[in-house]
Write a protein that binds this ligand. Structure first.
Ligand code: ADP
Length: 251
């Protein structure tokens, strides 16, 4: 059954340059509510830059982002987007913080207030429970497995009840078994909670099996459509294969 689609993010004609080097050109696409979008592209193809623009962290030279019908101007406050960044799980290993505190920090950052009322506590415990970490509230983040740590950061991102969850290469240093479990968890959030998910990766195999729609980026959009119809070989040989050698990843 095809339901009426509601556009939740509209990306229109985005252009962006760093010091006059163009890294995004005429990037346009829509994200519908409930979508599970995989954005792929080799290192240096502009994925992180695009995310930063969608998150309102940097301003495009041209074009616009509309989230839930509202044009994104400056900053994150106009929208409800949860974000799990690259490397966060790995870098957090030594933090002397508990799961509860990590999740709470997300809520405080989003809602810009310190309240420790019952409602506040309930939101935190609910996000922890949805993320399958019930009972681990007082565990130090470093005591968790890689996959569990990743879930704690998803719990942090969803505590304020966002409409959209964006994950930027969240698997650095996470073993395969944990990745599998984490995918099932994301699917559940998508299907059961109706959360719109945007997952960014440089690894085509990782997300083509998960996402309902794929966007392949290489400075501009080179493919958008159903994951099953994505011709991986053609993409890699004809598009990424050719251009890979010109792109230097200098992170
Ligand atoms: P991806 O996330 O796909 O690896 P990025 O958006 O990080 O791609 O980078 C796209 C291009 O922009 C790369 O060539 C990268 O070197 C360059 N770049 C990224 N950030 C900066 C920056 N802050 N200053 C200058 N160039 C940058």
């Amino acid at each position: 059954m095809q339901m009426n689609k509601e556009v939740i993010i509209k990306v229109e004609n985005i252009n962006y340059s760093y010091n006059s080097i163009k890294v995004l050109e005429n990037v346009s696409f829509d994200v519908n509510r409930g979508d599970y979008i995989g954005i792929i592209g080799p290192n240096g193809s502009g994925k992180s830059t695009l995310l930063k623009i969608i998150l309102g962290l940097i301003k495009p030279d041209k074009g616009s982002i509309t989230i839930s019908g509202k044009k994104l101007s400056n900053g994150l406050d106009s929208c409800r987007v949860g974000y799990v960044s690259q490397r966060i799980s790995q870098e957090s290993q030594d933090l002397p913080a508990t799961v509860y505190e990590i999740v709470e920090s997300g809520l405080v950052a989003k809602e810009k207030l310190f309240s420790n009322g019952e409602k506040h506590r309930e939101k935190i415990l609910n996000a922890i429970s949805i993320s399958g970490l019930k009972g681990k509230e007082d565990k130090l983040i470093g005591q968790l497995s890689g996959g569990q740590r990743q879930k704690a950061f998803v719990a942090r991102a969803i505590a304020s009840d966002p409409q959209i969850l964006i994950l930027d290469e969240p698997f650095v240093g996470v073993d395969l078994a944990s990745q599998d479990e984490f995918y099932r968890f994301l699917r559940k959030l998508n299907v059961e909670k109706g959360l719109t998910i945007i997952f960014v990766s440089h690894d085509i195999d990782i997300i083509s099996g998960q996402a309902s729609r794929m966007i392949a980026l290489n400075r501009t959009i080179v493919y958008t459509g159903e994951a099953e119809k994505l011709d991986e070989k053609k993409l890699v040989d004809n598009i990424y294969g050719q251009k890979f050698t010109h792109i230097h990843h200098d992170r």
